[in-house]
Design a protein around this ligand. Structure first.
Ligand code: OXD
Ligand code: MN
Length: 581
């Protein structure tokens, strides 16, 4: 139990509404985790995997209708609709609360209600924030243990600070028609019903650390971003930190755990985080960042020895797998892992390629960060790490160069706001349609994007030592549809240029759209990218860019009067520079 009256009262109210058989306060201990595993094993929620090859690894099969985030059922419930903006679904708080009350009424009868105090960020960091998730899902409890600092330490901090985010979650009956993820940022509250899937159910992640935190960050003067954090150590032993935003499924986890190519003797990449970054300006004027999470909830398919050996190395013990396939000898398997053929698919049926992929394309692993071979010794630093460069990246087959640096902070904010990906055959829309995903926050920004850009722009007044901002694109294709840049570990070459630019160690070429590497600016030692391809990867197609910048202008205008004039001014400046070039 707790000495915090607000928490006590809230738990009483929730229990009165949901009517659980039993209430368990989680202390976060290892033995509690082991008990939860036993409970899940006995109820069929966990299937033990091969204990010889994968000790203490478990498979969870979710309901087949519950395998991903549900953006169309995710709402931001602010009193003023305009505050949520066109980038969010909105519902009036009163209406949303009434709807949720009805769903929650008696929903935990016959079940245990778990109370999970958790801390997002190192337990002693002033940048961290706490929350309490109430849930009826033992799977959520087990995942929260790996993904957050959960239990007594967090509860003590809540009692000391007197403040926490309230998150109420019930899997309900997993009926897709009775499923909602509601956010009440004004009340620091989350209500989730009807889904047991990661982003909908592990409320510390997208709901707290991005949607609610981004709202809080605006009022308190910091940033909550959908970014990985990595440290790049050079042969002199100096480490520079980079935060990078990419839309989901663009390789953030791979980049965060990159292993430098053979020719990069003495270089090392350290992983601080792979998904979320909270940062604020420190007393020294630099931007300091923490990873609020304590674990990785990564996409399994495509994770392999050649794409992310560090991830593979951390997945052979003490991990939870959700919706992967299984081999004959009970090992987890997913597409892209190797050429074995699994026997059971993610639904638990005998594997038949006629029925689609063996592992669900959004199947996941959950694992504590400390298992990652490249885990940074600064990931627990209460002060965070100082960020030298911020990187934005989209998935663009055409036009957008491999790398460019912004001309100023405000131009960098424009690069972030204009981030986009082209639709692929996997999307329902026509192939090649450009979809904007500002700062990779489209599904996660807890308020109006126009106000969010204004918040980003406001930082330029606050410090002269802000990180430099860059834009990258690993996904350019040639006329035959082949990727032009090898990607994965070779992205190190671009990271090196970015860090060297941030330290003023290399020159660049100025273009109307940004600063680019000089002809010999990127270290290409040991890779075989033809000179012509490199040229194409770094060229500026002026006519096509005139069109692109005009479309970016239309996109900014779609947010109406709230669009900050300073970002429009940047767009106009780039348009004029292109017209004059
Ligand atoms: C994630 C996502 O799960 O961005 O991290 O979808
Ligand atoms: Mn993500």
């Amino acid at each position: 139990m707790t000495t915090n009256q607000e928490l006590k009262t809230w738990i009483d109210q929730v229990a009165g509404l949901t009517q659980p058989d039993k209430i368990v306060w989680c202390n976060g201990s290892d033995s509690e985790y082991r008990d939860m595993v036993e409970l899940l094993k006995s109820s069929g929620g966990f299937i033990e995997l091969n204990p010889e090859t994968h000790p203490r690894c478990y498979l969870h099969r979710s309901d087949p209708s519950d395998v991903a985030r549900v953006e169309h059922l995710t709402f931001v419930c602010t009193s003023d609709k305009e505050e949520a903006g066109p980038n969010n679904n909105w519902m009036a708080p009163g209406e949303a609360r009434a709807k949720m009350r009805e769903l929650y009424s008696g929903c935990m009868a016959g079940r245990t209600m778990y109370v999970i105090p958790y801390c997002m960020g190192p337990i002693d960091s002033p940048l961290s924030r706490c929350g309490v998730e109430v849930t009826d899902s033992p799977y959520v409890v087990a995942n929260m243990k790996l993904m957050t600092r959960m239990g007594d330490g967090a509860l003590r901090r809540i009692e000391r600070e007197g403040t926490f985010i309230k998150g109420l979650h019930s899997i309900g009956s997993l009926d897709p028609n009775r499923r909602f993820i509601m956010h009440f940022p004004e009340d620091l509250e989350i209500q989730s019903f009807g889904s047991g899937y990661g982003g909908n159910a592990l409320l510390g992640k997208k709901c707290h650390a991005l949607r609610i935190a981004s709202y809080q960050a605006r009022t308190e003067g910091w940033l909550a971003e959908h970014m990985l954090i990595l440290g790049l150590e050079n042969p002199q032993g100096e480490t520079h930190y980079v935060a990078a935003a990419f839309p989901s499924a663009c390789g953030k986890t791979n980049l965060a755990m990159l292993i430098p190519p053979e020719t990069y003797k003495g270089w090392k990449v350290w992983t601080v985080g792979d998904d979320i970054c909270w940062m604020r300006i420190g007393e020294d004027g630099r931007m300091w960042a923490i990873n609020p999470e304590a674990g990785f909830f990564g996409v399994a398919p495509g994770t392999a020895e050649n794409t992310n050996p560090n991830a593979l190395a951390m997945l052979d013990h003490d991990a939870i797998f959700t919706n992967v396939a299984v081999t004959e000898d009970n090992q987890p398997w997913w597409e892209g892992l190797d050429d074995r053929v699994p026997v059971t698919d993610w639904r638990g049926n005998p594997y038949d390629p006629e029925n689609g992929p063996a592992a669900h394309p959004n199947s996941r692993f959950t694992v504590h960060m400390s298992q990652c071979p490249s885990y940074s010794d600064q990931a627990e630093a209460p002060a965070g790490v100082p960020i030298s460069a911020i990187v934005f990246g989209g998935r663009r087959e055409r036009l957008v160069p491999l790398v460019m640096e912004s001309q100023s902070w405000n131009h960098g904010v424009l690069l972030g706001a204009a981030m986009a990906s082209e639709t692929t055959a996997a999307n329902i829309d026509a192939v090649g349609v450009v979809r904007r995903d500002p700062m990779a926050m489209k599904p996660f920004c807890g308020y109006n994007f126009a106000d969010y850009w204004a918040h980003w722009l406001s930082f330029s007044d606050n410090s002269e030592k802000l990180p430099k901002i860059f834009h990258v694109n690993w996904f350019r294709k040639d006329e035959n549809g082949k990727f032009m840049w090898p990607g994965f570990g070779e992205n190190m070459r671009v990271l090196e240029w970015i860090v060297k630019r941030s330290q003023g160690e290399v020159e660049c070429v100025d273009t109307p759209i940004g600063k680019m590497p000089e002809e010999s600016g990127l270290n290409l030692d040991g890779i075989d990218v033809p000179a012509q391809t490199m040229q194409a990867l770094l060229e500026v197609d002026t006519n096509a860019w005139v069109n692109e910048i005009s479309e970016i202008g239309d996109y900014l205008d779609s947010f109406g009067e709230r669009t900050p004039p300073a970002i429009k001014a940047e767009q106009a400046r780039v348009a004029a520079a292109l017209a004059n070039s």
